[in-house]
Design a protein. Structure first.
Length: 227
């Protein structure tokens, strides 16, 4: 997809979050060199570190699997809270994480193995406010349609914690809610799954469905419990 850039229009500012930031930034800058309307202005190994440097970016090219234990759910939402769009940058081997990032509101996905022209097209489209729905992304999101009801951000967070093993009391403390509200949220979540054909789900069934739907935190991530 081509973009008509107005003469004198300010360049779109892009940040990069990747464990291999130097290598990734070097590659992306070489890809983007013929496109002065897109400028990489910051890079870090975590979203927290990037935002500590600047939040004056239009788009963040976001690696899915970072070493700080964060998830795409956390990272996409943290960026959105600052008004920043995100483009998932993946090896294509983590469908759960892709679903999680997409459902959190990422603009789309591009594979690290894609040809430079495909990567550039995806970055430019996302930086200009367009969705990037590739065949790969559509296939990943649609792989388990029965396990993917539409949930609000708050319900996604509740489900992520519940399916990771947190008790209702711990969820209430972590999210700053009352236990009664957590019970109500879990009832809404179960109702959403019932609406797509999965009624009276046990905790283990809900956990499995949440993982397949891309809502749950990965097993390698340990939720932070309050003392």
């Amino acid at each position: 997809m081509s973009h008509q850039v107005s003469v004198g229009a300010p360049a779109r500012r892009v940040g990069v979050v990747d464990d291999q930031r130097d290598f990734t930034v070097s590659a992306l800058r070489s890809y983007l060199r013929p496109h002065p309307d897109i400028v990489i202005v910051a890079a870090a190994e975590s979203v927290i570190d990037l935002l500590a440097v600047t939040d004056e970016v239009d788009l963040v090219v976001l690696d899915l699997l970072l070493g700080d234990g964060s998830t795409p759910f956390d990272n996409v939402n943290a960026l959105q809270a600052k008004g920043i769009e995100s483009l998932l940058f993946t090896s294509g081997e983590e469908p759960e994480l892709v679903r999680m990032g997409a459902r959190a509101g990422a603009r789309g996905m591009v594979k690290k193995s894609d040809p430079p022209e495909v990567v550039v097209a995806a970055i430019r489209a996302a930086a200009h406010g367009e969705s990037v729905i590739s065949a790969d992304l559509a296939m990943v999101i649609d792989a388990d349609p029965d396990f993917a009801p539409t949930l609000s951000t708050r319900l996604q967070r509740t489900l992520a914690l519940y399916a990771s093993g947190e008790s209702e009391k711990d969820i209430a403390e972590i999210m700053g809610l009352s236990p009664h509200t957590v019970k109500a949220y879990l009832a809404k979540i179960r109702a959403a799954y019932a609406a797509v054909g999965h009624e009276n789900m046990s905790r283990s069934e809900l956990t499995r469905a949440a993982r397949l739907g891309g809502f749950v935190r990965r097993p390698w991530y340990r939720p932070r419990r309050r003392p």
